[in-house]
Structure formats: C-alpha cells, structure tokens
Design a protein around this ligand. Sequence first.
Ligand SMILES: Cc1ncc(COP(=O)(O)O)c(C=O)c1O
Length: 375
Amino acid sequence: MNFFDIDLQYQKYKKQLDLNIFKTLKSTQFILGKEVRKFEKQIAKISQTKYAVGTSSGTDSLLIALLSIGIKQGDEVITSSFSWLSVVEVILLIGAKPIYVDININDFNINHLDIKKKINKKTKAIITTSLFGYPSELKKIRKLAKREKIKLIEDSAQSFGAKIDGKPLSKYADVTCYSFFPSKILGAFGDAGGVVTDDKSIYNKLIAIRNHGQKKYGISNKFIGLNARLDEIQASILNMKIKIYKNEIVKRNYVVNKFIKLLSNQGIIGYTEVEKNKSHVYGQFSLLVKKRKSFINYFKNKGIPTKIFYPQPLYRQYQQNLLFKKKHTEFCCAHIVSIPINIYSNKRFEKVYSCLKSLIKKDEKIFYKKKNLSN
Ligand SMILES: Cc1ncc(COP(=O)(O)O)c(C=O)c1O
C-alpha cells in the first residue's frame, strides 16, 4: 500500500491527463508557453491576487520570493522551527539569518505571540508555514508585520485551498508560495511551484528573477536571477488537476473527520484543533502519540506505511543552533506521526481506519489522552 493515492488518482483521470501531456508534446512549445500562462491565470484567480508566477518548485518559490522583497546578507528572517528544510535552506543560501519561533502544540503552526519578541532593526521578513494544510494565525501576524513594516511571506506549500474567514491565505500575506510537488494538494508529475502577490513591483521582480533576471531576451542588467521556470508539461498536468482539487479537499476532510471521531470518542488528543473561521485542507493527518515506535510498527505489520513530518527541528539543520531550542518543536519531532489519507479507495481507507481502531482497543497507552499531553 502506498502512503499517497497518486497511483489511483492517475488511473481515474488518465485519459484527460494523457491528452493534456500529448497536446503539449505535439505543440513542441516546452518553455513558458500557453499552458503556463493559463495555469498562472487560474492560480491568481483562486488566490484572489492580481499576479501569479509559475515556478520550478516550492523551494524556488521561497527563494525568489525572498529575493524579490530584497532580502540580503545579514538580514534576519523570522520563521517557525518546525517545517520542511526548504524554509531555512533558502534563508541561509541568501546569507540571511533565520530566527526561529516555536509552534503551538495544538496546531503545529508558528506561535504568533512569540514573533513580536524576536523583531529588531535587522528583521526584514517573517515566513509562516501553514503546516499540514492548516492556516497559521495570519490575520494577527499580518497586523504585526504591517505595524513593524516587515514583509510577510506565507509558505502555503501544504495548504493550497485553505481559508481564513472564507478567504484564501494569500489575502493575508505580501507574497504566498506554493509547491505543486506530486503529493501536494495540487500536484504535478514532477517538481513545480508558484508564487502569488498583489504587489506589482514584487511581481516584476518575481518574473525577472525566475528567468535569469532578464528584462528582455539576453538582457539582465538589474536583478541576479536563476532558472526557476515552471515547465510547460507540468503546467498542462496542473491545468487538468486544478479541476479536481476542491472535490479532493472535501473528501480529505471526510476521511480525517472519521479518524478524529474515532480518536475523540476515546478522549484521545494530539491532532490539530480546527477553529471555526479556518478551513483545513489536510495535506496530512498528523497525530502526537506517546509511543511512536509501537504505533509505527503496529501499522507496518498490517502493511500500512506511516511518515514522520518532521524528525528534526530546523535549528538543528545545516547549522546547529541550539540557542534556539524550543520545547514544543522538540516534543513534536519526537512524537508526531502521519497516517495515509486515502480518498480514491474505500478499501484502503477501511484498512487504515480499522488498524487505528484496533490499536486504540489493544493499547490505549500509546495515545495522549486529555490533560496528559506534555505542554
Ligand atoms: C512546508 C513546505 N515548504 C516548502 C516545500 C518545498 O517544496 P518543493 O518540494 O516543491 O520544493 C515543501 C515541500 O515539501 C513544504 O512542505
């Protein structure tokens, strides 16, 4: 059994996907052609932003976002200590300094109250990651960023389609970055990403930087850029899949709510508590458990894969900086586990569901129950 359902999704939509790929092959227009333009228009519409730029990955999206808002060597960028490697990697690549903030134990996102304490004259940006598909506290963080005159970049790599007060997360940030990695909410068949913004001057820099800083063909005298273009074949795949992501989010919610009901009926906690004004797209269903090894082995013995997002805090990556050691981040890295969300096969879903059910019955001590979650 696979952790992700991409195999079954492809089988279901094979005809349309193959047709889109074939049409692009036939056009022999492989770089920044009409599929990329079409995709960018749709992404801007969904994000309710004026501009969208297709890129080669979520990582490149973050890198060109930082470059386009002018982050340079020595600048400080505040971010969560619990996220994917890319976030710290791009800050370090520029020569800027990552300043880490701990997460909330009840939603795994950056603790907005702690951000303020880290702001000083060198602070130039905040990067929020809306982890596992659940929005960060963006309304409050945006207010703070505006007041302090620093830019807010939202890393929505895992939360495409998520909303706060019915509005996409891009409405709350200066720049929002997406990853369209195959296993994401909207996934290509290879690496792909995107950046959206309402700011024309940021947009002009984004499109230049994604393409070697070029103003015109072969002329790049203003910005140092890179090759971070979205591939035309990937865009043609995304142009098909963009028709199904909303329905998939509904199904992901259905599946996860079944897991949650099962857990909450036994008083088990350790998963994101969804607030009324926010929607969760469930890129992952992640759960804190007391005995992770036993949990993983039980699933493994039933032929079900699990994953650990993430095993190590960001302040331990690339450069050890234990001055930033954070309680909730350490705790989550040691106790978190994700189980598959299968929406294309009832049989697969039932297998995961009954495995979780039988484990609860067999050994409740594996789970955290009310009041004993260590925070
Ligand atoms: C939170 C987060 N940020 C950034 C990225 C980077 O995206 P990509 O793999 O497309 O470079 C990912 C992808 O895994 C991610 O989950």
